[in-house]
Design a protein around this ligand. Structure first.
Ligand SMILES: Cc1cc2nc3c(=O)[nH]c(=O)nc-3n(C[C@H](O)[C@H](O)[C@H](O)COP(=O)(O)OP(=O)(O)OC[C@H]3O[C@@H](n4cnc5c(N)ncnc54)[C@H](O)[C@@H]3O)c2cc1C
Length: 408
């Protein structure tokens, strides 16, 4: 088990510098164009695939880094480049994790390669859980999956929303209700293979930020998928449902709000994305404050500006420490007894929102224009307190964990 260390080893430094180079030379220069186009930056994803960044192998390597710092380091560097493009590069990972977490070895081997495609023909994947009436409250999910025993097929019906890569994905991972009596314990995940009839893209959202990342509704109308598309398989599902029914009958464990648990593993990674955006905006603001002259001196000569920059950097470093602690705990199997994963996401995402707003202020009128990147970073940062569990949900998780009380 790796001891906690803040010192990156030589391999980690090499990967960090390589990712930073890609973020600086490929992602950052393309950021403004794809933000304006509000389209998936396929050529950039392809570049990432060519050099090996857009692949399961790369993320698996970082994920299995025994120090736990591989994923947060990678996320921080890519999102430092640009949040919208970076989300287009890592969004497939969300669906891949869904398969890795619940799928059999055969399902992992079959579907994950189809999620990424290859450098000559890149593909993306989508993870579809949220619905119009089931955001934070995952237990309200309505999309239904019904088993057709005669054909060994599952039939999916419902509408998913906010799906990153929804409708343009080669492979969709869809969470659906298989047993409505069990609330969030009655959910299961399904692969919807490429070109399956009945799956279509609904509205594509025009967003405030991360506009290079495609977000859309996914409509499922009598979508039939083979039995082997149920992640984990039918036998495991039947056993799980039977256990949940037994517990419910004996008045045992309360069915928890799935929003509390579903995204637990990915929270520090989202925190790291927020640290990347915050650091990017801080660096632009620091440079600007040192070069912009008013009243015959650089604006950083004023404590009012210098102290803001001191606070920004302090908060970014504090956020990174929380993220690294949570990632190390997750990797080394330490229980999150104080909801440290949620703490890291809460603090880092709120920091990104605050720091990017301060960066806009420090750049004055220029900060308010699209000539300077902090305007985009400020818009992008707003997502971190919303997706993968809002800040309010993180606070709920932390407060419940600390108090042991069913706080609402
Ligand atoms: C750009 C983008 C990409 C996304 N990508 C994906 C994806 O790939 N796959 C996917 O499945 N989902 C995705 N989501 C969905 C995202 O996870 C949800 O938006 C999020 O969970 C919040 O749900 P909601 O939008 O329905 O807000 P709501 O749950 O309706 O919340 C609205 C407000 O009420 C607050 N609130 C709700 N409940 C409580 C409570 N109990 N106590 C206090 N406050 C509360 C919330 O914090 C929030 O401020 C994405 C969303 C966006 C915007």
């Amino acid at each position: 088990m790796a001891e906690f260390t803040l010192e990156l080893n030589d391999d980690q430094k090499q990967v960090r510098d390589w990712l930073h180079g890609f973020a600086a030379h490929v992602i950052r220069p393309a950021a403004s164009e794809w933000d304006e186009r509000e389209e998936t930056p396929w050529p950039v994803i392809q570049e990432a695939a060519k050099v090996g960044i857009y692949s399961l192998d790369f993320y698996a390597q970082q994920f299995f880094d025994p120090t736990g710092l591989g994923i947060p380091m990678a996320m921080e560097e890519l999102f430092w480049g640009d949040a919208g493009i970076a989300l287009s590069i890592v969004g497939t990972g969300l669906a891949a994790v869904g398969v890795l977490a619940n799928g059999t070895e055969e399902q992992i081997g079959t579907w994950i390669p189809q999620m990424y495609g290859d450098a000559d023909d890149v593909k993306v994947a989508a993870f579809c859980s949220s619905e119009p009436d089931a955001g934070s409250d995952v237990a309200s999910m309505r999309t239904r999956a019904v088993y057709d025993q005669a054909k060994d097929e599952w039939v999916l019906n419902g509408t998913k929303t906010w799906a990153t890569n929804g409708g343009i994905a080669n492979v969709h991972v869809v969470v659906a209700v298989v047993d409505p009596e069990l609330g969030s314990k009655g959910h299961a995940s399904f692969i919807v293979p490429p070109d399956t009839p009945g799956l279509s893209q609904g509205q594509k959202f025009k967003k405030h930020g991360i506009r290079a990342s495609h977000t859309a509704e996914v409509v499922l109308e009598d979508v039939r998928v083979p039995g082997h598309c149920l992640l984990g398989g039918k036998e495991k599902l039947d056993q799980r449902l039977a256990r949940a029914h037994e517990r419910a009958a004996s008045g045992g464990e309360r069915v928890k709000n799935a929003a509390m648990a579903t995204f637990e593993a990915s929270r520090p990674a989202v925190g790291a994305m927020a640290v990347g955006t915050a650091r990017a905006a801080y660096e632009v603001a620091l440079d600007y404050a040192k070069t912009r002259t008013q009243f015959g001196r650089p604006i950083i000569d004023n404590q009012g500006i210098a102290f803001q920059l001191a606070d920004m950097r302090t908060q970014i470093d504090a956020a990174r420490l929380l993220v690294w602690r949570a990632s190390w705990m997750a990797t080394t199997g330490k229980p999150f007894t104080s909801a440290e994963g949620s703490m890291s996401k809460l603090y880092a995402s709120e920091t990104a929102k605050k720091v990017t707003a301060q960066a806009v202020q420090i750049l004055g009128g220029n900060g308010f224009t699209r000539e300077y990147p902090v305007e985009r970073m400020h818009r992008d940062a707003a997502i971190y307190t919303i997706f993968e569990g809002t800040s309010e949900i993180q606070r709920l998780v932390i407060a419940r964990t600390l108090s042991g009380m069913p706080i609402r």
